[in-house]
Design a protein around this ligand. Structure first.
Ligand SMILES: [Cu+2]
Length: 336
């Protein structure tokens, strides 16, 4: 199967062993029935290029985002709303297709994609909540879903799920924090490099304070196969957050679920300009370990960041590895 991401979103469906499932509808949020109202959202036009951003100047001129993504921006970084603990099983579909994704303007990459996107759908549940993940393998080779965090070792996702078959994983969400999931079929580096990862937010029983929440997952793409990433992209979209900044109200709490899923690079980082943030490594503590403006992240490491932007303006963010910033991972948060 070969579909471009824009086709998935435009036509809202793909064919395969599990029938027609809209790719947008595969996001975790769409699968959560009966959830409470989401956190307050921003009534701001985020679909137009910001006149305030230095679009195309310097950093990402070579790595502008594909034009089509402006139509779907929230789906890339807005997590599903949190829900209170219940015995209701949270169900998620991480079925895998092989497809081509336009990760930057004119740059198409062959990927194996959970739910048709890279990163895969954002999973969210409250600690202790039963989770059921279904993975129908609609690609040509074996895959799996391995979750970080704590769970029954028999649900660890190491077994190969062959072409045309389906695997169901069931476990309780935990511990509270932010955890990646990814394919673990060897050589699993090659599966990671083809985009087989995503994030799982596990909310604590006592909810974190209401905030404007975003997920930023750092991805890399080795276009020429030389063992080095050529494109770096938050949420799989090179240059996106330079052209379409995250927008937040001045003074209100912002929470970023931050994850590094790069392969090839031994370390990455997130640096915020002009403001500092509370740092919760892995999100497993409700007490911040540090107050800083930069956090380093090895492969699969993650953190939750909380901060408020005290005055209107553009706040730059980027990995402090300059080659990453200059190859698609530069971005802005605009406080309005
Ligand atoms: Cu795989």
């Amino acid at each position: 199967m070969s579909l471009r991401r824009r086709d998935l979103f435009r036509f809202g469906g793909l064919s395969g062993g599990i029938g027609l499932i809209g790719a947008a509808g595969w996001t975790a949020g769409k699968l959560l029935g009966g959830r409470p109202a989401p956190l307050s959202t921003l009534d701001i036009d985020c679909t137009s290029p910001s006149s305030e951003a230095s679009t195309g100047v310097g950093y990402s001129a070579k790595f502008a985002p594909a034009a089509y993504v402006a139509e779907y921006r929230d789906g890339f970084h807005i997590p599903p709303a949190r829900t209170p603990l219940s015995t209701e099983v949270r169900e998620f579909d991480l079925s895998v297709i092989e497809t081509m994704l336009e990760v930057a303007g004119g740059q198409n990459v062959k990927v194996w994609a959970y739910g048709g996107t890279v990163p895969g759908p954002i999973i969210r549940a409250t600690v202790g909540q039963p989770i059921k993940v279904t993975m129908a393998n609609l690609s040509e080779i074996a895959h799996s879903v391995h979750f970080h965090g704590a769970h029954d070792v028999m649900q660890d996702g190491l077994e190969r799920v062959g072409k045309g078959t389906t695997q169901v994983y069931q476990f309780e969400a935990g511990p509270a924090g932010l955890h990646p999931y990814h394919c673990h079929v060897p050589p699993y580096a090659s599966h990671l490099r083809k985009g087989m990862y995503g994030s799982m937010i596990v909310d604590p029983l006592e909810p974190r304070p209401a905030a404007h929440e975003f997920v930023l997952c750092l991805c890399g793409f080795d276009i020429d196969g030389d063992g080095r990433n050529d494109i770096y992209a938050w949420n799989g979209l090179a240059g996106y957050y330079e052209r379409f900044p995250l927008k937040v109200p001045v003074g209100e709490l912002v929470r970023i679920y931050l994850m590094n899923m790069l392969d090839h690079d031994p370390i990455a980082s997130f640096h915020l300009h002009a403001q500092t943030f509370d740092l919760y490594r892995s999100g497993t503590s409700l007490i911040p370990q540090e107050h800083t403006d930069i956090v380093g992240l090895g492969p699969a490491e993650r953190a939750i960041l909380e901060f408020r932007l005290p005055r209107r303006g553009r706040y730059m963010f980027h990995p402090h590895q300059s080659h990453m910033a200059e190859r698609g991972a530069m971005g802005w948060i605009v406080a309005i």
